[in-house]
Design a protein around this ligand. Structure first.
Ligand SMILES: *Cc1c(COP(=O)(O)O)cnc(C)c1O
Length: 415
């Protein structure tokens, strides 16, 4: 469910006409619905309310401070993968005691920052990382609580770039090595083992891969507890998929219903690290048609948003629905929707049947709340888009469109 809907042939976000945002803020712009963010977060909270649990919002999906502060006000924790994300989380008041830190390449500086901030735990991904963390924790004088990220070797049946739970992935510790690495971790003086972590991939559209991996992880927890290694947290990761083209995906309550037996039996607090499901359908990318052109028998719509704004189609071949902001009846045509960037891979849609639009008209690229602005760049020296938050009949710019000065900030024309 989301709050981007047509009223009398015109697209609205909540009670604000999208056209008005384009007029006042310009394009390209990301537009987020605060009500949708809250609804998605509350849906997850409710689904897992029968279990002791903590929902850590995955900041990398969308790290705008207005998104984070909205979720912080709902009581969300944070799943971070860098010192920068820790800084963002703390700056909107997410309590350190609700922050978990994953990633295979944490630096010593980042570890010290997280230790000094007293985060809930590190999700450690290798033996060598554990060794470094133990030393840094000793230097800082703060014990490091850890979960080990184990790799259950299950196929999440998603795009290979975002499948992370197969044994050839760079993430986590192989399930067969997990016992030995846990014993090593338990022997370290400045490390306290508190949990087990998995994250098997993103945009997963079935419950089955979670059931499969959690039964493996559940067995591991039992073996650890039998060895006197007290596991208090099971972190099931994220990856809950969303509909990009009205496909059927499980609801939070479907995950909760199917996974609850295993989770309850463990006696642990459950951590969920959810990004896309909270924010993916809470945002659109608003863009304007610049030109129509054709080469041979191919038609193109050249728009003012590009792969530097939204790289998912270019990077993963992802599908984003595209709709004119004004939806009156028109003839349909099949076109590629492309941006101004000097790459043939710069497209938002290929061979897409759309209502015919003319230069100056607005298009909404739907489901662009997650892994969208956060993956944007300045390629071609394009200024990054503005971001706008809508709440009811109000809207505000929550990140200004970059200026040319922003583009060269920190650079020196050295001679
Ligand atoms: C990216 C990531 C998530 C969030 O994944 P979504 O598919 O956005 O829910 C959760 N945990 C870890 C460790 C991640 O890297």
């Amino acid at each position: 469910m989301h709050e981007f809907k047509f009223r009398d042939g015109e697209l609205y976000c909540e009670d604000v006409p999208i056209q008005r945002i384009a007029t006042e803020v310009g394009t390209p712009a990301y537009v987020y619905s605060r009500t949708t963010l809250r609804d998605h977060y509350r849906g997850l909270e409710e689904a897992f309310s029968d279990l002791p649990h903590l929902i850590c919002y995955s900041i990398k999906a969308n790290s705008n401070l207005a998104v984070l502060s909205t979720l912080a006000a709902e009581g969300a924790g944070a799943d971070i993968v860098s010192g920068g994300e820790l800084y963002r989380a703390l700056s909107v008041g997410i309590p350190a005691a609700k922050i978990v830190y994953a990633g295979i390449g944490k630096t010593e500086d980042e570890m010290a920052y997280a230790l000094n901030s007293r985060i809930l735990m590190f999700n450690a991904e290798s033996t060598t990382e554990l060794g470094v963390l133990d030393r840094v924790a000793g230097e800082v004088g703060v014990k490091a609580s850890i979960a080990l990220r184990v790799n259950p070797d299950v196929d999440a049946q998603t795009h290979p770039y975002i499948a992370t739970g197969l044994k050839e992935a760079k993430f986590g510790i192989g399930i067969d090595d997990a016992m030995a690495v846990y014993e090593y971790a338990a022997s370290l003086p400045n490390v306290e083992v508190v949990g087990v972590h998995q994250h098997i991939g993103s945009q997963i559209t079935q419950v089955a891969p979670f059931r499969e991996s959690l039964s493996i992880v559940g067995e591991l927890v039992k073996r650890l507890q039998a060895k006197g290694i007290a596991i208090r947290y099971i972190n099931i990761g994220g990856g809950f998929g969303i509909p990009y083209r009205q496909e059927k995906v499980p609801y939070p309550r479907d995950y909760a219903r199917e996974l609850e037996p295993i989770l309850r039996q463990s006696g642990c607090t459950v951590i969920l690290e959810i990004g896309r499901m909270i924010v993916g359908n809470a945002g659109i990318l608003l863009t304007k048609v610049l030109y129509r052109k054709s080469t041979g028998d191919k038609g193109f719509l050249v728009v003012d948003a590009a792969m530097n704004d939204l790289i998912r189609p270019s990077l993963y071949g992802s599908f984003h629905e595209i709709a004119p902001v004004m939806s009156e009846e028109r003839e349909r045509e099949t076109v590629d929707v492309v941006g101004p960037v000097c790459e043939s891979g710069d497209f938002l849609a290929r061979d897409r049947e759309l209502p015919r639009t003319e230069p100056g008209e607005l298009l909404a690229v739907m489901s662009a709340g997650a892994y969208a602005f956060t993956m944007s760049s300045n390629y071609n020296s394009r200024r990054r888009a503005a971001e706008v938050m809508v709440d009811g009949d109000r809207f505000g710019v929550v990140r200004k469109r970059e200026t040319y000065d922003d583009l060269v900030r920190g650079e020196i024309a050295w001679d």
